[in-house]
Each structure stands twice: as structure tokens, then as C-alpha cells.
Design a protein around this ligand. Structure first.
Ligand SMILES: Cc1cc2nc3c(=O)[nH]c(=O)nc-3n(C[C@H](O)[C@H](O)[C@H](O)COP(=O)(O)OP(=O)(O)OC[C@H]3O[C@@H](n4cnc5c(N)ncnc54)[C@H](O)[C@@H]3O)c2cc1C
Length: 415
């Protein structure tokens, strides 16, 4: 019997899942369908470079269907809702798709409208985001004419995609204004809801020290309540941060159809998911990959990639009636661009925070340390993304689980 596998979302997770499944199953064993609302696959890590003129939006967008192996059906349509009871997805174009297995890969959505004043008259004038191609390009034009004043980078609330991207933006801004010879005329402030530069203590201390060393002010535990015309962010606690140019990372939620699908999502429209098997809590035949899941891992492409192996194996196990494998360990790794042609690398999982050492083995890339090698790694990653990660290939020497060889792990305290 041919299994019907429907994948919602044709971004990082949906594409690599479809390609891995296609390799696993012949056309007579599984009919694989991918649904996405548009035909523009954006390499999102590239958005960071657009405002600084280091990339152009045309270089980071490709058609979706071209990333999918032969024999995978691609439907371009919005999703209206999932009917879990009936095992059906209703699309915006009126078509209904029945499924034996559903994979939710619809990522995270920006919800700037949730912050008072953010979409007011200053939006795309003196307030921008680089989290969309349009926003990144418009911010690039604004930065090019910005030659003095206060630049504020503000994360409204967590969770966000790639929690290190706003920090990278600060470091690149420091480099960019230095290159232009006007760094002393620009004050850079990072306003974050966290109590430090990052969520995990060792990396937070290291990154906080780097912000300090570059003269970037950090305002912590700042929960943005309102963006006030004239250049002011107001926090819920009454604190204010003044700006001439603001780069805001808006609130994130899951896709809106999740909220229209009874029993599928939580209050933010993310999908409650087992953090190790990646099976949804809503139904045994629904699996979740990437930013759409509510698992306590970073919302990152690397996480999505590492999840792929477990998810596809568990779809196979589900279809053959075998017990699922609790295989995903929360593995994340991120290059953190720090400007001046250098980058830092962090590697961690649910249980182990980023620590110094090397990745993926004692002779690999330096961890939690700035190096040119890491910067080259970050640049090379775009090619790895299109040609290795999306096709669903296992990358040689880079397993899905977090490696411990080469890491300087803290010695556990004795009782
Ligand atoms: C600025 C920026 C920098 C980043 N840098 C890095 C980095 O350096 N390293 C890293 O690992 N990660 C990075 N990321 C994060 C990474 O891009 C995401 O975590 C990854 O793409 C998640 O994959 P996904 O499949 O869950 O979601 P996505 O790739 O976003 O795909 C979701 C898909 O679902 C579709 N969709 C949503 N709703 C609907 C609907 N209602 N109907 C139909 N289709 C729908 C969307 O069109 C989209 O194609 C960055 C992200 C940003 C924004």
C-alpha cells in the first residue's frame, strides 16, 4: 500500500524531510506532497549580511520546487487548517489532502503587530527588521546614509529564530561603522529581554565581554512595551531606550493555520512536540520539525538539520508499527559572525551548554573563540545549505548528535 505523507512547509525542515523520505521510499511505497504558501525559498542566515551590503537578496532566494527531488509533489497554496480527526488538511485553494502521516514544518512567523507602535509611521523609516528580505534590503539603504546617532538593536521577546543573529548584527555594525571611519559618531545599544547576552551562562559571559570590549552598550531584562514615534522604546517596567535608528526583532509565533486547527497548537501557535522523538502531542501520526515545534532547542537551521535524521527514522518506524526512537538530543551549532572577518562557533544540546574546545573533534574548529576559520565556515555554509543540508545528505564527519570529543566540559561537582 502506498503511504500518503503530507509535509506542511517547504522551507529548511520541509525540504530536507521530503528529500530524505524520497530517498528512503520508492514512488510505489510513499506519495510525498509538500505544501507552501509561496515559491521563494530564502536562505535566512544570509539576511544578516544584506544590510551591510555583503549579500543581495537575489543571491539568497531560490525557487522551492527546484530544491525537491524528483517524484515529490509541490503544491503552492496557503494552508487553511488541519482536521486531526479526519486526517485531512484543507488548503487555502480549496483542495483537501488526506494523509497517513503529516509533518508540520511551517516554521515561525513574525508578529510585529503585537507590539504597540512598532508598525507605526516610523516602520521602514527609522525602525526596521532584517528578519525578512524586504526589511533587510530597506535597512541596508537606511544604514548607508546613517552617519551619526544612536543605533539600537532590540529583541522584543523570546523565542526568536537564531537567537544569536541580533548579536551578530551588533558586531557587524561595529565593524561596518569602523570601516566607514565613523564608529566614534555612532552609539550602539543592544536591548534584550534576557539577563545577559545569551541564554546559556558560559557563552553569555564570553559574548557580553565582547560587546563591552567593542563599546556596545547592553540593556538587559528589557521587555519592549511600545515603540514611540520620535525615537523611543518603552519597556513594561517604565525604562526607556532612545534611538535614531532601531533594528527590531519582532515577537514570533507559529503559523496562523495552527490556531485554526483544533488540538494542534499552543497559545503561541507552536506545536507541542516530544523533544526526543519529534512526534506531536496532538496525534501519533503527526510529526514536527524545525521552528514550528515547541521543543526547548534553539530555533535554528542547524537544529532543523540535526532533527531530520530522527524524524525520518521515526516516520518509518511509525509506518511499520515499530516503537519510536528517542533519538534527538537538542543538538544545535551556530557560527556567530563577530566582524573583522572573524566568527565564533558554539555547539550545544539540551543538556550541555556551549563550552570551549574544538568541533567536531579535538582537531576541529575552535569553539567559543574568534577565528578566521570560523568566519570562512560561516561563509561556506551557504553552499553546504543548498547542496548538502536541503538534499537531506548526512554531512561527512558531522553526526546528528552533539559530539563531546574535543570539548572542555565542566567537571561535575562532587557531593
Ligand atoms: C536573520 C536570520 C538569520 C538566521 N541565521 C541562522 C544561522 O546562522 N544558523 C542557523 O542554523 N539558523 C539561522 N536562522 C534560522 C533558520 O533559518 C531557521 O531556524 C530555519 O529556516 C527553520 O526551518 P523551518 O523549516 O522550521 O522553517 P522555515 O525554513 O522558515 O520554513 C517554514 C515554511 O513554512 C511556510 N509556511 C508558513 N506558514 C504557512 C501557511 N500557512 N501555509 C503554507 N505555508 C506556510 C513558509 O512559507 C516557509 O517556507 C536564521 C534566521 C533568520 C531569520
Amino acid at each position: 500500500m502506498t503511504s500518503r505523507i503530507v509535509i506542511l512547509g517547504g522551507g529548511t525542515g520541509g525540504t530536507l524531510t521530503a528529500n530524505r523520505l524520497r530517498r528512503l521510499y520508492g514512488a510505489d511505497e510513499a506519495a510525498i506532497t509538500v505544501v507552501d504558501q509561496d515559491d521563494r525559498h530564502v536562505y535566512q542566515p544570509g539576511l544578516l549580511f544584506v544590510p551591510f551590503g555583503l549579500a543581495h537578496t537575489d543571491d539568497i532566494v531560490r525557487p522551492r520546487a527546484r530544491q525537491l527531488h524528483e517524484g515529490i509533489e509541490f503544491i503552492e497554496s496557503a494552508i487553511d487548517h488541519v482536521d486531526i480527526e479526519a486526517g485531512e488538511v484543507r488548503l487555502g485553494n480549496g483542495v483537501t489532502l488526506g494523509y497517513d502521516v503529516l509533518v508540520v514544518a511551517t516554521g515561525a512567523r513574525l508578529v510585529p503587530e503585537e507590539t504597540e507602535g512598532l508598525l507605526g509611521p516610523a516602520w521602514m523609516d527609522s525602525v526596521f527588521t532584517f528578519y525578512t528580505p524586504e526589511g533587510a534590503a530597506a535597512l541596508g539603504a537606511a544604514l548607508a546614509t546613517f552617519d551619526r546617532g544612536r543605533l539600537v538593536v532590540n529583541v522584543v521577546d523570546m523565542p526568536i529564530k537564531c537567537p544569536v543573529a541580533p548579536l551578530e548584527f551588533c558586531f557587524l555594525a561595529d565593524w561596518y561603522f569602523t570601516e566607514r571611519g565613523i564608529r566614534d559618531r555612532v552609539q550602539i545599544t543592544y536591548a534584550t529581554p534576557l539577563d545577559g547576552a545569551f541564554t546559556k551562562p558560559i557563552a553569555a559571559a564570553q559574548l557580553g565581554g565582547m560587546l563591552n570590549a567593542r563599546g556596545i552598550e547592553i540593556v538587559t531584562e528589557f521587555n519592549t512595551g511600545e515603540v514611540v514615534p520620535g525615537g523611543r522604546l518603552t519597556g513594561y517596567d517604565g525604562r526607556e531606550v532612545q534611538f535614531d535608528l532601531a533594528v527590531v526583532i519582532p515577537l514570533h509565533g507559529g503559523a496562523t493555520y495552527v490556531g485554526r486547527s483544533p488540538g494542534l497548537g499552543d497559545e503561541l501557535d507552536f506545536v507541542p512536540t516530544d523533544e526526543h522523538t519529534l512526534q506531536s502531542k496532538a496525534a501519533s501520526n503527526i510529526f514536527v520539525i524545525g521552528d514550528a515545534a515547541n521543543v526547548p532547542a534553539s530555533k535554528a537551521g542547524s537544529v532543523t538539520h540535526f532533527e531530520g535524521e530522527t524524524l525520518v527514522d521515526n516516520v518509518r518506524r511509525f509506518l511499520t508499527g515499530e516503537p519510536l526512537e528517542a533519538g534527538f538530543d537538542g543538538h544545535a551549532n551556530c557560527f556567530i559572525e563577530t566582524g573583522f572577518h572573524k566568527a565564533l562557533l558554539i555547539d550545544f544540546n539540551y543538556d550541555t551548554e556551549p563550552v570551549p574546545g574544538h568541533y567536531p573533534s579535538p582537531v576541529g574548529l575552535p569553539l567559543l573563540k574568534e577565528s578566521r576559520l570560523n568566519h570562512l565556515g560561516k561563509l561556506l555554509f551557504q553552499s553546504v545549505y543548498w547542496h548538502g543540508l536541503l538534499p537531506g545528505r548526512d554531512l561527512p564527519g558531522l553526526g546528528s548528535n552533539m559530539p563531546t570529543a574535543g570539548k572542555h566540559l565542566p567537571v561535575p561537582e562532587k557531593d
